[in-house]
Design a protein around this ligand. Structure first.
Ligand SMILES: NC(=O)C1=CN([C@@H]2O[C@H](COP(=O)(O)OP(=O)(O)OC[C@H]3O[C@@H](n4cnc5c(N)ncnc54)[C@H](OP(=O)(O)O)[C@@H]3O)[C@@H](O)[C@H]2O)C=CC1
Ligand SMILES: O=C(O)[C@@H]1CCC=N1
Length: 275
């Protein structure tokens, strides 16, 4: 890292923490500077054994040890977790608070953790585990450039980062990129099922789907052409792809994606009110 390495504590060792911490360690973040807490011990043991990070069942212990606290519990638990930290961590306002929870607004964290906190909201996604994450970020106006550079570098280490203008935009980014891997996995699974339906065994079907998804994603990144143009390059006039694409269009794939993203944004907005 070009910024100073800080001690960072993750509160909650679930899917997203495991992806981020796994990616950070792979990208060279020193594991003796990473702390993770979780109520049940199984995930902690797994992380301690495979990643050699500090682990504890006590949130306050890891929060007190670190300079940066990453809140990584489910939104519905956030109020209780913050209330306990407020009681047990003396200098919360000296630490940079990061949250990866969907929905909950910075304003709400001020109620939970105190008016004087400084906070960055990050909306990551699980491909962080393999260094291909997409993380959106937004900060309050108390966060320093050094804080921003540090967090940008930490999350660039597990993929790409994109600073957005405000929390409304973060809700949208979350609905596209935070949830997005699930949409792609759903699509990949359906393609795999179609191949199995026609007689391939699961392993062969999976191999053809995963390599095709990887190739398409890499081409989309490498090429300056519009996605529509890349799609046309595969679609020979009078050929087989045209017949396949006709089916997606007949079922209005644009409408499905539009409805999916809008529904996820709406849920982020609801969670902002609920939690
Ligand atoms: N999964 C994803 O793709 C993404 C998730 N997020 C956000 O990340 C956050 C975590 O999600 P995700 O990792 O999927 O959820 P998980 O349910 O996988 O992880 C949550 C973890 O929090 C632990 N936990 C429960 N209670 C406490 C507590 N009191 N103190 C500390 N830890 C506790 C749980 O432990 P146990 O299981 O032992 O009860 C669990 O390991 C959410 O707020 C979500 O919005 C954001 C972007 C993407
Ligand atoms: O489903 C969720 O609420 C979280 C946020 C984005 C991905 N997972």
């Amino acid at each position: 890292m070009t910024t100073q390495v800080r001690k960072i504590a993750f509160i909650g060792a679930g899917n997203m923490t495991q992806s981020i911490v796994g990616g950070m360690v792979s990208s060279g973040y020193p594991n003796d500077k990473i702390y993770v807490s979780n109520p049940s011990v199984g995930k902690l043991e797994k992380m301690a054994n495979s990643l050699h990070v500090h682990t504890s069942q006590d949130n306050a212990e890891v929060a007190n040890a670190a300079d940066v606290i990453v809140l990584a519990v489910k939104p519905q638990l956030m109020a209780d977790v913050c209330a306990a930290l407020t009681k047990q961590v003396s200098n919360l306002s000296d630490k940079l608070i990061v949250t990866i929870a969907a929905g909950i607004r910075i304003e709400k964290y001020r109620q939970y953790l105190g008016e004087s906190i400084r906070m960055i909201r990050v909306m990551p996604n699980t491909p962080s585990l393999v260094g291909k994450g997409m993380s959106g970020l937004v900060a309050d106006d108390r966060v320093s450039d050094d804080d921003k550079n540090y967090i940008t570098e930490a999350f660039d280490g597990v993929g790409a980062t994109l600073w957005v203008a405000n929390e409304d935009e973060l809700d949208i980014l979350g609905a596209v990129a935070g949830s997005g891997p699930a949409y792609f996995f759903e699509f990949m699974a359906s393609l795999q099922k179609a191949a199995v339906e026609l007689g391939f065994d699961r392993d062969k079907a999976r191999k053809m789907v995963q390599q095709t998804a990887l190739g398409a994603a890499e081409m989309a990144i490498a090429s300056e052409l519009e996605l529509e143009e890349l799609r046309k390059q595969v679609t020979s006039k009078g050929g087989s792809t045209a017949k396949g694409i006709e089916q997606y269009q007949a079922h209005d794939i644009d409408k499905i994606s539009d409805a999916a993203v809008k529904a996820a944004v709406k849920r982020n907005q609801e969670m902002a009110k609920l939690f």
